[in-house]
Design a protein around this ligand. Structure first.
Ligand code: GLA
Length: 387
């Protein structure tokens, strides 16, 4: 999961912005430390609840979602219910989280789904196939690598079980997450880039199989559910071209894919709003739905991922607070202008006390969301509401 230095150098040379400097290597955010669990529910939400509802503000445009861990349905239930009409499980519906052993445990996923049901929210299913957080046992058979047939059967059963269990509340699934390579000239993330799926199949065929199973599961349990491919940095034209290659291949094989999720792990400078808009348009021209599935805006635009040089901790000054507000307003102006294409804009978190960006790419304070560490609305929240 490395950025291509050559590609980044070219992009920078061409003056196309700092995207490569901030380039993302995804990682699951760790469960919150005990202390943050213990202060759950004690922060003052008066200001957040006094604001007009964010979800209602954009009700005519797209859904507004939040990714959550189960504890947040107890920590910020009132904020979720007021400002969001959609949830994603930040980690708890991933294969490895649900089925750490062949005996699956749905308790954490169910807690989030039950909260959504209770509050009349929809959910985005995340995710069947990813190269991270996969259960090791799926790829093993009595101490040896499992055959392609066995892995296929296990994937089939998992997709059917999840589709059926959450058919009433999940209306779209990230069937496959991050299967595209960042390496120039290489389309698919392979075994060398850490995909146990590619390793087992020796090819991209696992992607096709996952979408086929998902379509069959939809027919059996949930005919209206939408099937998505989800990835990061697909506002970058080179990576977007690879996603389009994947989509065209699936469709040429008669396999259904309905939409593409642009994760939206952006930063305060990158990407340009023009690039965000161009990406949405290009997917739409391919007859795909588009969602912004994991939006956050990091304060750090000067990280050098190729050389692992990270910007020092930034103080969230009033100037930066204003800059973040401007940035969110600019992004939402674009999203709104693409409302006929976008199905949802989902934030990757609720408040700055719980975001993966506090621990990635290094442990460092970040302030990427609409509510601060004390659950107080930031200027960015108000700026979006004022559009
Ligand atoms: C990727 C994944 C998410 C999450 C983030 C980091 O974007 O799709 O599920 O793990 O990384 O939190």
């Amino acid at each position: 999961m490395r950025p291509s230095f050559a590609l980044c150098a070219l992009v920078l040379l061409l003056g196309l912005g700092s995207g490569c400097l901030r380039r993302k290597t995804p990682a699951a955010s760790a469960p919150p430390p005990a202390s943050s669990l213990m202060d759950g529910g004690t922060k003052d939400h008066t200001a957040a609840l006094a604001l007009p509802s964010l979800a209602q503000k954009f009700a005519a445009d797209f859904d507004v979602g939040a990714a959550v861990m189960p504890f947040q349905t107890r920590d910020v239930p009132d904020i979720l219910a007021r400002h969001f009409n959609r949830l994603t499980a930040e980690n708890d519906m991933k294969f490895g989280a649900v089925c750490p052993s062949p005996r699956c445990n749905f308790a954490a996923a169910d807690e989030i789904a039950d909260f959504a049901r209770k509050h009349g929210m929809k959910m985005s299913g995340h995710t069947f196939v990813w190269h991270q957080m996969q259960p090791g046992w799926v790829f093993q058979d009595q101490g040896k690598p499992a055959s392609r047939e066995l892995v296929s059967q296990r994937l089939h059963d998992h997709i059917f079980a999840m589709t059926k269990r959450y058919a009433d509340v999940i209306d779209n699934w990230d069937v496959v997450n991050e299967a595209i390579s960042d390496t120039p000239g290489k389309t698919y993330r392979d075994a060398a880039e850490g995909s146990p799926w590619f390793k087992t199949f020796g090819s991209r065929d696992y992607i096709k199989l996952a979408f086929q199973y998902a379509a069959e599961a939809a027919t059996a349990h949930d005919p209206t559910v939408k099937l998505y491919y989800n990835d990061y940095n697909i506002v970058i034209p080179e990576k977007r071209a690879k996603v389009l290659e994947l989509v065209r291949w699936l469709r040429s094989e008669g396999v259904r894919i309905d939409g593409v999720g642009e994760q939206g792990h952006f930063n305060i400078e990158w990407p340009s709003t023009a690039d965000v808009a161009a990406a949405i348009d290009e997917f739409s021209a391919e007859n795909l739905e588009v969602k912004i599935s994991e939006l956050d805006v990091s304060l750090y635009a000067r990280d050098d991922h190729a050389n692992k040089k990270w910007q020092p901790v930034t103080e969230f000054t009033p100037e930066l607070q204003a800059q973040l507000a401007q940035r969110y307003a600019d992004l939402f102006r674009v999203f709104r202008s693409k409302a006929s294409i976008l199905t949802q804009v989902t934030f990757w978190g609720v408040s700055d006390d719980h975001t993966w960006l506090n621990s990635w790419p290094i442990g460092r304070r970040n302030d990427p969301l609409l509510l601060d560490r004390n659950h107080q609305p930031k200027a960015a929240f108000r700026a979006i509401l004022e559009l």
